[in-house]
Design a protein around this ligand. Structure first.
Ligand code: ZN
Length: 156
């Protein structure tokens, strides 16, 4: 799994999210939804977002299955963006995917990611990057769907 090579604290945070996922479960109604796969590992996420009348992400939920990293990442991602404006959430998704490919970001940008920032350490394990970024890609796709054309391509 490679997890044993991670910093202890990081590993603990990741395992805690994987064991006790936040926001897991389908929403009764959603404004934005998408299903994405990571074929290299077999991870799948079915993400649902509900943007309320206030323009904020009122509810977010997901179902799916996959490895520890992908499940923990989905939990962290939903936790981080809940209550945020979609544009803010998209900025966080960009920060995360930038970090995953080794681009630097300010400390403030990273702190905004909450627990998810520990997953940026996964870039040391190239085989697992897709597992970590799947949930964030799903978020981007789901939020951009409103204004963009339908796009149901799988990642990978
Ligand atoms: Zn995976």
């Amino acid at each position: 799994m490679g997890l044993s090579k991670l910093n202890n604290l990081y590993r603990e945070v990741i395992l805690d999210h994987a064991d006790h996922p936040h926001n897991k479960g389908a929403l009764a109604e959603s404004t934005n939804a998408i299903t994405l796969n990571n074929p290299t590992c077999g991870d799948e996420i079915d993400l649902q977002v509900k943007v309320g009348d206030d323009g904020l992400i009122d509810e977010i939920g997901y179902t799916g299955h996959g490895c520890t990293i992908s499940q923990a990442s989905a939990s962290m991602m939903t936790e981080a963006v809940k209550g945020k404006h979609p544009s803010e959430a998209l900025k966080m998704a960009k920060t995360f995917s930038d970090m995953a490919i080794g681009k630097e970001h300010s400390k403030e940008d990273l702190e905004e990611l909450g627990d998810a920032q520990v997953l940026t350490s996964i870039m040391e394990f190239p085989a697992r990057i897709k597992c970590a970024t799947l949930a964030w890609w799903a978020l981007q796709r789901a939020l951009l769907k409103d204004t963009n054309e339908e796009d149901t391509d799988d990642q990978g």
